[in-house]
Design a protein around this ligand. Sequence first.
Ligand code: MN9
Length: 294
Amino acid sequence: MKGFEGAFTALITPFDENDSINETSLRKIIRYSLDNGISGFYVCGSTGEWPLLTLDERKRVLEIVKDEVKDKSSIIVNVGCISTKFSIDLAKHAEKVGVSAISSFPPIYYKFTREEIKRYYFDIAESTNVPLIIYYIPTFTNIEMSIDYFLELLSHKNIIGVKYTSMDLFILERIKTLSNKIVFNGFDEVFLGGLSLGADGMIGSTCNFIPDLIVSIYNSFKSGDLRTAYVYQQKVNRIIRDILEFGVIPAIKEILNIAGFDCGRPRGPFKPLDGDDKKRLSSLIEKWDIKLFS
Ligand code: MN9
């Protein structure tokens, strides 16, 4: 399916000094991605701090993204909530704004049954004419899905694929091979592995600040130059290992702040980096030798 391949930025949500959405910075990050070969955006996902945003803020972020991107690239928006009613509300809003696809993680908190989760997905998929992409992220949801369960969900004609955020690439390969639907790799550190096993592309947080390196993995792989793709993946993984120490979202926001993108701090309960952490991160960044600082 066209428009669902390549590297997608899992956008962060920048805040200003009043803790409101920083529209100027959001637009700047989008342009940086587009200038560096990004194929699309994933809006209000984990990286975008969706659990810490109000429904109105989620709508507003999408409207800004759409206004900046126009039709230059694909837009996928996470409309997931625990309540089917709220998710459908966001889905209908997304349809009005104009997106390539909507997406949702499975409903969390109550231990919903397999049947209830399936109903949740089908209800959302049937609430609009926009295709739906399942957001699989068991580390955050605690909901594991088997190959058969994925295939059951993917049998719905409006459910066109999966954003697959797990290190278990065996399941990724099986879903892709057996369903032939779209599969996005979700953990940037195994992007090349995911591509090798059939992923169409990736959706990742690191595209906010190293889009060029991620796009280079994709382009090298596609042109058959696996050696170069591997060298880029190694470079990316060195950076990821460093940022994991600080927490992905606080670290990415701080990196972008240092680079002049003015993203503010993550919302509580996230702990923003303290002075010592900032110093340590700055000295690590110097060793990365990335374009954002050249
Ligand atoms: O959207 C992101 N997943 C999470 C995808 O944040 C849970 C990834 O891009 C990771 O941040 C990244 C670092 O582990 O792979």
